[in-house]
Write a protein of this length. Structure first.
Lengths: 318, 357
């Protein structure tokens, strides 16, 4: 790939996700972050490859595991961290927390923590874009497990029938909580499910940010040209358990280590240095810059006010 | 709360009949057209679609076919397949698609063929649409209307999976507004208000009322959401009801008038958020309260109204009497069906009981 600025932005956003997730995990383990944290570590190439193929007016629908999707789409890590700490200065003013973190100002339809419930929202947004003749695309993210829900199948069907500008991104991280996708699904290549709806199904290495980006770009171009939806399966893996601190009794350490050895950020860095001619120092500079952003985000989050209990009933009705 | 004996009264063959003249909402001299409840809803949809191009309809068989109850008939011909959209049988996705479109500025009106099918869509209704604005700290709003026919009775025999009254399923979820009109006038005005509202509004239409006719003003009007309506003023007893039960209440009031019992009827035409003020004011005034709901007795809407009356009125002059559907699925046979739904005679008996109490 020739576009040097884009390559560096990919690296920056992947690194930003990784560092954000490590910081969030750390805060969670120290008891400073309440609730639960589902990290995106190991999956950075998937979200970044997809979101950098989108324009600012395109929208994503997130899940319970959407810190990475938001950052990939350009969300501010300070307001995100503040949300994780339940502060009024967070994106959702402390009403959402980790599972519902959604930055509407950078193109979100929300983060819905019931598996695949964001699918029809993206279908509806795509319908609105089509009805208004807008050159915009909606992208719902789901994991492998989401492709066994009614939401997913109904949404694929409706988007196909109406030829909506929707790109269904299915991040196959292989586990729905503790259940391996192969134990609950009749096909191993999830992209073949698209055929049942007359939709192209594309399968791509979710550890390769450039491959994801290029596949997403083609799917987005197809959607923009009015040809309808695409199913994009990114073969991925979550390095952490379902949530931070989860015991992971259902998978072998060796399996995790095998995947970790193929770390998408390490791999991309190697590519940038050896094939794209980026000096290690420049990448180190990006890493330090990101580290600084995350430190600032933590400070911003910690110093922010907690929501006033008197406002507990706000935002229920418009 | 105590229940009246079911067969305490017999109305006999000379009893007054259910008639549109029981409720008059358009003052003399105002140009008005008589139309059915079904037509009134359709006219509201038509006017709002003409007024606002963001408004569109989606649901099963709502196009040429006009929907299971004909409410959208002719709208397909007027507005075309873009704005009157037939969907697959995918209830959860019908609602979720409406939510997604609403999030980006459209004003969808979705239809689920029977409220009984809403179970298939409950995730999108109760867990997504109702909570999106709240859990994003006000970053978005979900201005949709979800139309669903409900209720039954009168020998229509649609049995257990096409006849329920489920308003409390939705009323129990903060973030939703729930509307249940009782007259053509209210149906039209509330539908227009619901479409213009920035929140998800569950709009329940009583199947038996579709054919009920009444006067509707020719001039544009909107009936505000979240307000009860005093359908009849009276000083002795407050009867709180909604939907089809309002008609039973009105008829009961007429039956008891010759006995010198002066009944006030409060129509809970928006179920949620509940207008507690109007209920409280009426209960304070009369000191005697009967609550009437078609939905099953256990945890039903009437119980909420009774509690509000008790909380707001202070000391009532008699215990509240409740009239409600029995704790049963809806049976098929007419003879059984009659035994499940409340009737005018139940309301009459309840009023006599609360007056005697």
């Amino acid at each position: 790939m020739e576009d040097r600025a884009l390559l560096l932005e990919m690296f920056r956003r992947m690194t930003r996700i990784r560092q954000f997730e490590l910081a969030a995990t750390n805060l969670f383990k120290r008891g400073q972050l309440k609730g639960t944290v589902h990290t995106y570590i190991g999956m950075e190439a998937s979200g970044v490859g997809v979101c950098l193929a989108l324009g600012p007016d395109d929208l994503i629908a997130g899940t319970h595991r959407s810190h990475g999707h938001n950052i990939a789409k350009g969300a501010d890590v300070s307001r995100m961290m503040a949300e994780l700490l339940g502060k009024e200065t967070g994106y959702c003013k402390g009403r959402g927390g980790s599972m519902h973190i959604a930055a509407f100002d950078t193109g979100s339809l929300g983060a819905l923590a019931v598996v695949a419930s964001g699918i029809p929202l993206a279908v509806g947004a795509g319908l609105a874009f089509q009805m208004r003749g807008e050159d915009r695309v909606a992208v719902p993210f789901t994991g492998d497990a989401g492709s066994n829900t009614g939401n997913w199948h109904e949404g694929m069907n409706l988007a196909a029938v109406w030829r909506l500008p929707v790109v269904f991104v299915l991040e196959n991280n292989h586990y729905g909580v503790s259940t391996n996708i192969e134990d609950v699904t009749g096909v191993t290549d999830l992209s073949v499910r698209a055929a049942g709806y007359g939709v192209p199904g594309v399968r791509v290495d979710g550890f390769d940010v450039i491959a994801v980006y290029e596949a997403a770009r083609a799917a987005v171009a197809r959607a923009r040209s009015g040809e309808g939806p695409t199913l994009l399966v990114t073969e991925s893996y979550r390095f952490d358990g379902h949530y931070a601190g989860e015991p992971e009794v259902y998978r072998d350490r060796a399996e995790v280590e095998r995947w970790r050895a193929n770390d998408p950020i390490v791999r991309f860095r190697h590519y940038l240095e050896s094939e794209a001619g980026v000096a290690p120092g420049e990448l180190d500079g990006i890493v330090s810059e990101v580290d600084g952003d995350i430190e600032a985000a933590i400070a911003f989050a910690k110093s922010g006010p907690e929501p006033d209990p008197a406002t507990a009933m706000d935002y229920i009705y418009a | 709360m105590t229940a009246p004996a079911r067969d305490a009264v017999s109305l006999g063959s000379a009893a007054p009949r259910m008639s549109p003249t029981l409720i008059r909402q358009v003052p003399d001299g105002i140009p008005a057209t008589e139309m059915s409840y079904q037509e009134a809803i359709r006219e509201a949809l038509r006017e709002e679609m003409v007024r606002d191009e963001r408004v569109f309809l989606l649901g099963e068989d709502i196009g040429k076919h006009g929907g299971a109850f004909g409410v959208t008939r002719t709208l397909f011909d007027q507005f075309g397949p873009e704005r009157v959209r037939n969907t697959p049988i995918s209830e959860n996705t019908i609602v979720g698609t409406a939510t997604g479109a609403a999030l980006v500025g459209m004003r969808p009106v979705a239809e689920i063929m029977f409220v009984d099918f809403s179970g298939l869509a409950m995730d999108q209704i109760a867990t997504q649409a109702a909570k999106l604005r709240f859990m994003t700290g006000g970053q978005c709003s979900v201005p949709w209307v979800l139309r669903m026919p409900q209720g039954g009775g009168a020998g229509k025999s649609t049995a257990a999976q096409h006849s329920q009254s489920l308003e409390v399923w939705f009323a129990h979820i903060p973030g939703l507004k729930v509307v249940l009109p009782s007259t053509p006038y209210d149906a039209k005005g509330l539908m227009k208000a619901a479409i213009r509202d920035d929140n998800p509004v569950v709009f329940l239409e009583h199947k038996l009322l579709y054919s009920f006719r009444g006067l509707v003003p020719q001039e544009e009007y909107v009936v505000p959401l979240s307000k009860c309506d005093v359908k009849r003023t009276g000083g002795d007893v407050t009867v709180i009801a909604s939907g089809y039960m309002v008609w039973h209440a009105m008829l009961a009031a007429q039956i008891l008038e010759p006995e010198g019992i002066d009944v006030e009827v409060v129509d809970v035409r928006t179920i949620a958020p509940l207008d507690e003020e109007t209920i409280g004011t009426s209960a304070r005034k009369t000191g005697r309260v009967v609550v009437v709901a078609e939905a099953v007795r256990q945890y039903g809407p009437a119980n909420e109204w009774a509690m509000v009356a008790i909380e707001r009125a202070g000391a009532l002059r008699a215990p509240v009497v409740r009239v409600a559907g029995r704790n049963s699925p809806i049976p098929f046979a007419n003879s059984l069906e009659k035994g499940v739904w409340p009737d005018t005679q139940d309301v009459v008996a309840a009023i006599r009981q609360v007056v005697a109490g």
